[in-house]
Design a protein around this ligand. Structure first.
Ligand SMILES: Cc1ncc(C[n+]2csc(CCOP(=O)(O)OP(=O)(O)O)c2C)c(N)n1
Length: 657
């Protein structure tokens, strides 16, 4: 960069330091240490490299910046204020961590423009950034350098690198050779408890290098050193990690370098000392116009890059396709699924819902070019790969199927990153029992409201001989406990098709499909154009003047129907409700819910624990399900052994009538 005013760049960094210490002081809570320590690195990154336009925060070809060390949120808010994001005025910084402010304790996706993801749970940022960098290469393979050509930068701390998820992420990025991913590690050798030598002695550079990364170290307070490292990182074809040696809380003369500056306000005395040390005479929250202008030049550089990009898009042969994918246009899917459903109701296949899912994916993937599949090394079991899908491989990103390896957590975070990047819609599979391995990333999908689809097969004791380690029992309850997550457990091929329609048209809610290993008959033998699964629960059998209501999900709907037949033989009238998605049912109008549930006593049936059935069953209603872990045996024997049978339902029903 020509004519770079080095002294001014230092003052630009000090503006971040001042805003961070003043905002934390005002809030009387927060973390000044990390923003003050990384202020020089962040300033060099944004001042000399970042391609962003605060006036168009969603511009598709912008560089992505992920603050993986989310506790240092004031670094991001200070940057956004200085860069001139319209929604980050000084009042927002004064209201740091207060109700209704955009400046939440940790950066939250959707709260303010330019926040690329929610961070705070350490390790999620770096792992999500892998998905963003992968999406960039996949879109680049589709549209070329003219439309897709950007970097993903991450600031990560010791905490992010200690978390297990970082291993999965680093391994995957190194294998795929995601050269557009650059991680700036805040190597300050401090965590909350004290020095890092209390708890780690890993050679991080060697670790990253072993996974195929390009690694360097720099002095995190020497701007030209930082810049040279970023230049070299950009030039290298491998993903890059730069260990930035920093002093936590740099600028607070008596506290810097120690863990006390990590997560508490500096206090008035130390702030005064810092002002003197940094030669920062300005009042709290006051930025001299010279520095506002300097930061403004970063935004101006981005605006001109965007204008050039817009011009290229205007004349590009793939313009319409690109715009459609960016908008995540799913308008064609409902009609395609409706036609497919009609065929299913006529054909009445008896297939596992994981197989039905594979069949539905033929329709989904033929209709939505933005769909990107994958599995955590269980493709043949999850049945996530429809015909004609092409594997993504190192150096070959034109495909649409990702082999995430045995990295469930890394997969889930990467899918968040792909969805957040935009232009692609990810789904990925594993065994339902291993939903626990990716739960923190599923929770973030829900919190951020990104429409990732989780394909969780082998959903109960119905998987049989693999035994209790693989048989989910409590997972449905624990996943249903996550707000803004649709947990959908379809009963047959028709409901599975409907579940896929919900998942792939969903805009701000992740969906988790819970699918059986064992074959299930088609219960929806009469075609309905309406997506009944979207109702959450509906009457599958509705006799006049019912005496009992049997409610079941997934593979247990078949059992409930047999039970209703047995009751009918004894002259007893049982309604049967299929309830594939409790969350969607809870969102229905009250009169619909009342109509479905009726006033007769109810028996619930699900091969899982009862927890979570509170909306469907009252205290005097009955439940046929599991109360503990499963066992290793063929599935039919397990259903008998655990008494999840039509006879058990009949007996409970008769007790209640
Ligand atoms: C998964 C997770 N575990 C624990 C925490 C709580 N926590 C926040 S910051 C932090 C220490 C992180 O140390 P480091 O990354 O070195 O940050 P620095 O002290 O340099 O700011 C911890 C344990 C968290 N946010 N996320």
């Amino acid at each position: 960069m020509k004519d770079l005013d080095m002294a001014q760049e230092t003052r630009m960094a000090n503006a971040i330091r001042a805003l961070a210490m003043d905002a934390v002081e005002q809030a009387k809570s927060g973390h000044p240490g990390m923003p003050m320590g990384m202020a020089d690195v962040a300033t060099v990154l944004f001042n000399r490299f970042m391609k962003i336009d605060p006036a168009a925060p969603k511009w598709p070809d912008r560089d992505r910046f992920v603050l993986s060390a989310g506790h240092g949120s004031m670094l991001l808010y200070a940057l956004h204020h200085l860069l001139g994001y319209a929604d980050m005025d000084i009042e927002q910084l004064k209201a740091f961590r207060q109700l209704g402010a955009r400046t939440a304790g940790h950066p939250e996706y959707g709260h303010a423009d330019g926040i690329e993801m929610t961070t705070g749970p350490l390790g999620q940022g770096i792992a999500t950034a892998v998905g963003m960098a992968l999406a960039e290469r996949m879109k680049n393979a589709r549209y070329g350098d003219d439309l897709v050509d950007h970097f993903t930068y991450v600031i990560a701390g010791d905490g992010c690198l200690m978390e297990g998820i970082s291993h999965e992420a680093i391994d995957l990025a190194g294998h795929l050779g995601l050269g557009r991913l650059i991680v700036l590690w805040d190597d300050n050798r401090i965590t909350i408890d004290g020095d890092t030598d209390l708890s780690t002695s890993t050679d991080q550079l060697a670790r990253f290098a072993a996974s195929g990364w390009h690694v360097q170290s720099c002095d995190g307070h020497a701007p030209n050193d930082i810049a040279a490292a970023i230049e070299a990182a950009k030039a290298d074809p491998r993903p890059s990690m730069i260990a930035c040696r920093t002093v936590i809380g740099f600028g607070a003369p008596n506290k810097q370098g120690g863990h006390d500056v990590h997560g508490a306000p500096l206090g008035a005395e130390e702030i005064a000392a810092a002002r003197a040390f940094l030669d920062w005479p300005h009042a709290p929250f006051e930025i001299p116009s010279e520095l506002t202008a300097a930061w403004g030049r970063v935004a101006a550089r981005g605006a001109s890059a965007r204008a050039n990009w817009e011009a290229r898009l205007q004349n590009h042969a793939a313009r319409a396709d690109f715009i459609k994918a960016e908008a995540d246009d799913t308008a064609a899917l409902p009609a395609a699924i409706a036609a497919y459903k009609a065929r299913l109701s006529a054909d009445k296949p008896k297939v596992a819902t994981r197989k039905a899912s594979e069949m539905a994916l033929e329709v989904v993937n033929a209709t939505l070019p933005q769909s990107v599949g994958g599995s955590a090394d269980l493709t043949g079991s999850n049945l996530t790969r429809s015909k004609g899908m092409v594997s993504v491989k190192p150096g070959a990103f034109a495909g649409n199927y990702i082999h995430y390896g045995i990295r469930e957590h890394g997969m889930a975070a990467a899918m968040n990153g792909i969805a957040l990047h935009g232009g692609l819609r990810p789904y990925g599979g594993t065994f339902m029992a291993f939903a626990d391995y990716c739960r923190p990333a599923i929770r973030l999908s829900a919190l951020m409201g990104v429409p990732v689809t989780y394909v969780m097969t082998h959903d109960s004791i119905g998987l049989g001989e693999d035994g209790p380690t693989h048989q989910p029992v409590e997972h449905l309850a624990s996943l249903r406990a996550i707000p803004n997550l649709n947990v959908i457990r379809p009963a047959d091929a028709v409901e599975t098709a409907e579940a896929w329609e919900i998942a792939m048209t969903s805009k701000a809610t992740p969906n988790l499909l819970v699918l059986s290993r064992q074959n299930l008959p088609t219960v929806r033998t009469t075609h309905t154009a309406e997506n009944l699964t979207a109702r959450g629960a509906y009457l599958l059998r509705d006799p006049e003047d019912r005496q009992v209501t049997l409610i079941a999900t997934g593979s247990e709907v078949e059992i409930a129907l047999v039970a209703a037949d047995q009751l009918a033989k004894e002259g007893l009238r049982a309604a049967v409700v299929s309830a594939p998605c409790f969350e969607l049912f809870a969102a229905q109008p009250r009169d619909y819910v009342t109509k479905v549930l009726g006033t007769a006593p109810r028996v619930g049936c699900e091969a899982a624990i009862r927890q979570g059935w509170g909306m469907l069953l009252g205290p005097t209603d009955a439940f046929v399900g599991m109360t503990g872990f499963g066992a290793s045996a063929p599935a039919p024997q397990l259903y008998q052994h655990f008494n999840i049978t039509a006879e058990a339902i009949v007996s409970e029903a008769k007790n209640l009538i």
